[in-house]
Design a protein around this ligand. Structure first.
Ligand code: C2E
Ligand code: CA
Ligand code: CA
Ligand code: CA
Length: 276
């Protein structure tokens, strides 16, 4: 029998079987969701900290489950990644992002929108070219689009991914390193990191003012931004105290529930118009 952590496997593990069933069920439903347009994007505003003005949005995927629930991505993105569905999902999200971006532009809101990208996409032959083709076909100014990839993911196979990210930057698109500060090896590449934006991970923001370590890490990331020319944005800002501390530290941009939750496209447009 298989062993886990050196322990003999239980003869019949109910939890494990339940988990596998759930996963299998989830996977089938996710396949259907991708076909039936049940995956929809919401947009979370990014703001300038001092003025509170909208400076952009992040597109985040939501699953409108047939049973009425709205499922957040943390439960199904990992499943999509291991099941080989993530590229389809991310391409779907990109198409929606482009369409929302065009709508906003037509309504006079010319703000960049970022979309999340799994490293699996970028390591898959052909994905990058298809992504670029789709973006070009949209005819949108490339300055209005920004790719987000998490720090830990970007550092796996950094060489091949960095080349793609540099191409985007050269074309005028933004590239953010998401969850910055939680990965291990980006400091080794910091002098020529293939990015234009560092997003300070929420775990540091939530401990600002309570933890010396979090304070120092946020200071350090802001200094790296200054020194090496990255825009820095704080994610997960929830309190006025966090906002004040970030302003004192010289951070210019943020995103978080204090300003707005992720919103359906129409509400996001109205939000941007009210915070112009
Ligand atoms: P992320 O890219 O780090 O996105 C930020 C997450 O923090 C979002 O959760 C957002 O709703 C949440 N958030 C924003 N402000 C606050 C705040 O003030 N407090 C707290 N507690 N949370 C806040 P969400 O939408 O559930 O997304 C979770 C993760 O799923 C994302 O983390 C991203 O890694 C992934 N994801 C989302 N959409 C996509 C997608 O289209 N493709 C891929 N590959 N991954 C996606
Ligand atoms: Ca993100
Ligand atoms: Ca993040
Ligand atoms: Ca995250």
């Amino acid at each position: 029998a298989a062993k886990r952590n050196g322990q003999p496997a239980a003869e019949y593990d109910h939890t494990q079987e339940q988990q596998m069933r759930n996963r299998y069920g989830l996977l089938n439903e996710l396949r259907q969701a991708l076909q039936s347009q049940a995956l929809q994007i919401v947009l979370q505003p990014k703001v300038e900290l001092v003025s509170g003005q909208a400076v952009g949005f992040e597109a985040l995927v939501r699953w409108q489950h047939p049973d009425g629930r709205v499922i957040t991505p943390d439960t199904f993105i990992p499943v999509a990644e291991t099941a080989g569905l993530i590229s389809k999902l991310d391409m779907n999200v990109l198409q929606q992002t482009l369409s929302v971006c065009r709508d906003f532009l037509q309504q006079g809101v010319a703000l960049p929108i970022s979309f999340n990208t799994s490293s699996i996409d970028l390591l898959q032959p052909g994905y990058f070219d298809e992504m670029l083709a789709v973006i070009r076909q949209s005819g949108l100014p490339l300055e209005l689009l920004e790719l987000e990839v998490t720090e830990s993911q970007a550092m796996v196979e950094y060489r091949s991914i960095a080349h793609q990210l540099r191409t985007l930057i050269a074309l005028g698109m933004g590239v953010s390193i998401d969850d910055f500060g939680t990965g291990y090896s980006s400091l080794a590449h910091i002098t020529d990191l293939a990015a234009s934006v560092l997003k300070i991970d929420r775990t540091f923001i939530s401990r600002l003012g309570e933890s010396d370590d979090a304070n120092h890490i946020v200071d350090m990331i802001l200094r790296l931004g200054d020194r090496f020319g990255f825009q820095v944005i704080a994610e997960g800002v929830e309190t006025e105290q966090q906002r004040q501390l970030l302003i004192e530290k010289g951070c210019r941009y943020a995103q978080g529930y204090l300003f707005s939750r992720p919103l359906p496209p129409e509400q996001a447009l109205a939000w941007a118009q009210a915070h112009a």
